[in-house]
Design a protein around this ligand. Sequence first.
Ligand code: MRU
Length: 353
Amino acid sequence: MSLLAIKYHRGHLEILNQLLLPHESVYEEISCVEDGWQAIRSMKVRGAPAIAIVGALSLVVELLQQSFSSAEELLKFITEKLDYLTTARPTAVNISETAKDLVSFVTYLSSVKSDPQDIKIKVIEEIEGMLAKDVSDNQSVGRHGADHMVQLTSSEKLKVLTHCNTGSLATAGYGTALGVIRKLYEQERIEHVFCTETRPYNQGSRLTAYELVYENIPSTLVADSMVSLLMKTKGVHVVVVGADRVVANGDTANKIGTYQIAISAKYHMVPFYVAAPSTSIDLSLESGEHISIEERPAHELTTLGDVRIAAHGIGCWNPGFDITPAELITGGIITEYGVFKPHELKQALMERI
Ligand code: MRU
């Protein structure tokens, strides 16, 4: 078993093929941007931070195979490759923010340096730095989230519900919402974790369950349709989920099914938290209605593995994400800088940028 979604040393990138989990741990080499795009599109690698990091590292491995005669040529190459990578999956903001930041970085470098080789190395170092930064941001998210939950609930040990996979497999390591759960467990504050199976792609039963079992965290799998009854009968103290994009007013795009869990949490008065590093926050959009929601292919809904489970001829609607309105995020938005109420988020982040 492995919990490392991304293996990298300079010029060599491998990803754990998450389509094969939990049955097999198979690493596949990514040797160019096209490989990176395909791995992201097919969801061999998934989770907002992991998508951005693998996309950017796929550019690194390709850059290392190329030489450039001018800074302009390098800038054009990088811009085109990043534009292409951002088309693989539209909802998670991390990859497009990374692309924007990298293009600005190269544009700036081109204005102060003329040797394309120098600029190339600086860009490579910048991208390589994303791996360690993501892990340390996630650890801060975990710390802030755990402290906040313990204070808010004043319970010795917590029963926590989570949705989708937000752990090591969705990031460079440690995880966001699952990082908060990891931190609570390290502090001996976990009574029990419930994870939803997360239909139709089953990130919960295949990936989160795999991570929880791997870490020996006491945990139980539930179907998505059991969440309301679970809250009513099992005394869930908090819900924590990740995010693909949190916008300026706090509305949050996350895995399909998050919205209905947030509605149920409000009804049952269970604090609902979103855990998201600042790389998943998009202050350029005012509200969730502007977020583009990816539609996934019908076969992800009609088949389990290779087995057809839906009646032939039925139509399918398969949005990959939904938007949870800020007013349902009652616990707060947990970032590497601290925990904020949705209406505080924009100001709090702008002060730190
Ligand atoms: O379609 P996926 O598996 O990429 O969706 C993943 C999620 O929705 C996660 O909750 C989100 O990306 C946060 S991962 C730290």
